[in-house]
Ligand binder design. Sequence first.
Ligand SMILES: [Cu+2]
Length: 416
Amino acid sequence: MPRLFLLLLMVCLSLVTPISAADSNGIPVKNTVANAPVPMVNVGQTIDAIDADVAKFNPNIYALNADGTPVNHNKSPFVEPASDIARDVVWITWFSSLVFLPFLVLPLLLLLYVIFKFRDHGDDRKPATFTGNHKLEVTWTLIPCLALIVVSYPTWIILDKMESPPKDKKDQMTVIVRGKQFAWDYAYQGFYKNPKAEIKQNITIGQNMGIQDPLVLPKGRTVQLHMTSDDVNHAWWIPAFGVKKDCIKGRYTYVWFTPEILGVYKGQCAELCGAGHGIMLISASIVTPAEFDRYITLQQAKDDVLKVWSAIQPAVGVKVDDKALRDAIAGYLSKGKTAERQYALRFWIASNYSTLQRVPPPKGTSMAQVIGAQNAADIPAAIKARRDKVDALLSELVAHVTSIPNIVAIASGDLP
Ligand SMILES: [Cu+2]
C-alpha cells in the first residue's frame, strides 16, 4: 500500500506542469480571449477614438449585449489569470489539490474493498483478532507528512513572493486604496519611472455621479496597492488578479501584482461591511502604457471640465444656455488650449454621458427627460447633438483665439 501511495504521488507530481508557459515577454501564451477587443454597447454613439477611450477608461460594467450576456464578464483566475500573482496562485492550488487528491480517493477505495471483501459471507468464519501494526502506522503517518512538506515548500515560496514586491522600483507604481461604506477611492502616488513628473501626476479618483470609477492600470507595470479604510473593515478583491486583502482603518495592508492582459476586470468588496456591501463593486481596466499616459493627461484636465459639463447638462427640464456654454468652454480654454486639453474636454463630456446613463434618473423623471430627449429612442441622438454642440463651439473658439493645427486631426477622430 505505501508503494501505491508513493506511485500515485509521483504521477500527480508529473501531471503538474510548471507555470512558466509564457512567451518571450513573460506573458502567458494562453488567454487570447481576454486580448480580444472589448465590445461596447454605447447606444447611438459613433465608435470613434473618444468612445473607444471611454470604453477603456470608464467601462460600463453593467452593460449587456443584445442577447443579455454581460459585455464585460467576470473573469476567473483559473480560466483567465491576468497577473503574475494569479498564475502562481492558480498553479499552487492545482498542485496542492493533485498532491492531496490520493489521500481522499485511496482510503475511500480501500474502505469499499474491505467492506465487500470481508463482509459476513454466512459461512461462520470468525473475524481476525490481531491489533496494531507499527510498521503500517508509521508508514501511513510519514507519507502524509511527506505530502505536506512537498506542498508547503512551493506554497511558502509563493506566500513570501506575495509579501515581497520586486526590489527594482523603476517600472513600478503605487496606488493608495481607501475603502469606505460603500465605495473606493484610489490615489495614484508614485510613478517611479519618472520621479520628476510624480507631483504633477498625483491624481485621486473615486466616484462620479455615485458610480464607482475603475482602477486604470498599465499592462506590464508592477503595481503596489496600499490599502486602508475610512470606517469599517473592507477587502479589495479582483479574482482574475489573484489578490484579495483586508482594508483596515488605522493601518495599511498591501498587495502587489503585474497586470499582464488587457481588458476589463470585475471584483467586489470581500468583507461584510454593512447594508451596501453587496453593491460595493470593484472594476479595473488594464490598458497599454501609451493609453495609460493618455489617461493621466485626461485626469489632469478633469476638474476643469466641470463648468462645461454643468452648462451642457443642466438640471432636468432646463434648456442648454448657449451663452453660458460658450463662456464655460472659453473659460476652459483660457487655462490651456493644447490638443491634449481639447481632447480631454471632448473625452470627459462623452465619459460623463456614458456614466449619466448608468445612474437611475431622479424620482418622477425619466432618462429621456434627464438627457433632454423626446423619448427613450431619442436619447442617443440627443446626446450626440449636445456633444456636437461642444465640438462646434470648441472648434470655433480655438480657431478664433489662436491657431491649433491639431484641431482638424482631433475632430476627425485621430488621437492627439
Ligand atoms: Cu464590503
